[in-house]
Design a protein around this ligand. Structure first.
Ligand SMILES: C[S@@+](CC[C@H](N)C(=O)[O-])C[C@H]1O[C@@H](n2cnc3c(N)ncnc32)[C@H](O)[C@@H]1O
Length: 442
């Protein structure tokens, strides 16, 4: 059940507050929590758009906003949680939403805190927000939140709202300059990417039509990119009709870099999810014979995609790619010559689309993921035909899951040959970061 809106707050802020609490306190996925609340609350399209912007924006800047507000609070941990969250939302509006006048953000926030908590807390909220406003440009300067004795890593982590351990790992593996670029890019919004279904006869005509619709900003092959935040209404019908699919430009790019035109069949997409890459490959005539996942729901979604796209699905297998195929499995009878392992990962390459990921990951959780990835690599490499290709892919920026994972694999398997290693360039305009390694079995 969607919780009722808090009537003491304007509708967009009320729903945003509930979604943020679902994400931060209950560990829900941001888009799922937002979809659920927006579908169950009666709010206008305009409020819905503002709510979406507030949720995504606040999650992107939470650490920075808390540090800025902390400059004017003796002990922010003593604030009631909800009061701290509304103050954060109001601060986000003041700092990043030019179209909302500062007084309006202060008014709704202070009014709410007074009504829900106390006059005293309302006065404190007013003072803190006014002080933030007085900071002017200084509120956009990282040095303004530096505390005495604070390390550079802690400062960067707070400013970019990232866990300190990931900033440390990036610094160690990639150096300060690259880390700064990656952190800054993680705050940006991702552009919208779509893929035209090339099995559709007039596919290229459609690409050309979209390229000239005055809304798109780039086309590559069958991919079309729209600016971040845009939702051209006409695309909805095309998606329903299977003419196009949502797929980020970065995801399309990593697949191109994996050189699918050279892959021999049969191909096994061993972590297929809902089939994003499966159908991108099938549309290009790559012989994806098997697709598997441990999630029944996702596997079902993958099969349903076939209907939408008017294509034949691959043989779907509910199984773990980290364990040998069961006796009599079709993988035994017809061993794959190419395996795409788009493995479960920490997702730090997709922060522009999923800013909540940074709050859900722990170092222990990542160690578990690294072990699963290792097991998937070991198992799939042994299932692979001699001379076959293992395509190891992640959507993260984390040396333990990318470069170090592949290096360790090569140390365990000196017979394997690393034919290509690639990651999305740091200055990519696509807003997401992928990694791929092509490993040949002798
Ligand atoms: C990065 S997602 C795959 C995304 C998908 N390839 C796409 O392009 O849409 C990783 C997938 O691996 C699945 N998974 C997790 N552990 C697995 C395992 N041991 N074997 C197979 N799949 C697994 C997850 O359910 C998830 O769907």
């Amino acid at each position: 059940m969607a919780r009722r809106k808090d009537s003491a707050l304007p509708p967009a802020r009320s729903v945003a507050l509930e979604v943020i609490s679902q994400v931060l306190d209950k560990g829900r996925d941001v888009q799922a929590a937002l979809d659920y609340q927006l579908n169950n609350q009666k709010i206008t399209a305009q409020d819905s758009a503002l709510c979406t912007e507030l949720v995504y924006g606040f999650l992107r800047y939470k650490g920075r906003i808390e540090a800025l507000l902390g400059l004017f609070l003796k002990d922010s941990s003593k604030l009631p949680k909800k009061a701290a969250s509304v103050m954060g939302l109001a601060a986000y509006e003041m700092l990043y939403l030019d179209r909302i006048p500062v007084y309006a953000s202060v008014d709704w926030c202070v009014g709410y805190v007074k009504k829900r908590f106390s006059l005293g807390l309302g006065k404190l909220t007013n003072a803190v927000l006014r002080n933030l406003d007085r900071m002017g440009e200084k509120a956009h300067d990282m040095e303004s939140i530096r505390k005495e004795g604070m390390s550079d890593i802690a400062l960067l982590a707070a400013w970019h709202s990232m866990p300190e351990w990931i900033v440390s790992a990036w610094m160690e593996a990639y150096g300060e300059e690259r880390t700064q670029v990656l952190l800054a890019n993680a705050q940006k919004h991702a552009p919208l990417g779509i893929r035209v279904n090339q099995t559709f006869e007039a596919g290229m005509d459609l690409v050309n039509e979209l390229a000239n619709d005055g809304k798109s900003i780039e086309t590559i092959g069958y991919g079309v990119m729209y600016p971040a935040g845009s939702q051209p209404a006409e695309l909805k019908t095309m998606i329903n009709d299977g003419l196009i699919s949502r797929q980020s430009m970065a995801s399309q790019e990593v697949l191109r870099e994996a050189l699918p035109e050279t892959w021999e069949g049969p191909v096994w997409d061993c972590c297929c999810g809902r089939g994003g890459k499966t159908y991108a490959l099938l549309e290009q005539d790559v012989d994806v014979t098997f697709a598997s996942d441990t999630s029944r729901k996702r596997l079902l979604g993958m099969r349903e995609e076939a209907e939408r796209l008017a294509m034949y699905p691959p043989e779907s297998l509910l199984m773990s790619a980290a364990e040998p195929p069961k006796k009599g499995s079709p993988l035994e009878e017809n061993p794959p010559a190419t395996i795409l392992a788009d493995v479960p990962c920490s997702g730090f390459g997709t922060l522009s689309r999923r800013p909540d990921v940074r709050y859900h990951r722990t170092t222990e959780g990542i160690s578990d993921l690294v072990e699963v990835q290792k097991a998937i690599m070991e198992n799939t490499f042994s299932v692979l035909k001699d001379g076959g290709l293992l395509v190891y892919m992640t959507c993260t920026i984390n040396p333990d899951e990318n470069e170090k994972q592949v290096q360790a694999f090569l140390e365990r398997h000196p017979e394997a040959k690393l034919e290509k290693e690639w990651h999305t360039p740091d200055d990519s305009p696509y807003g997401e970061y992928f990694y791929v390694a092509l490993l040949r079995k002798p």
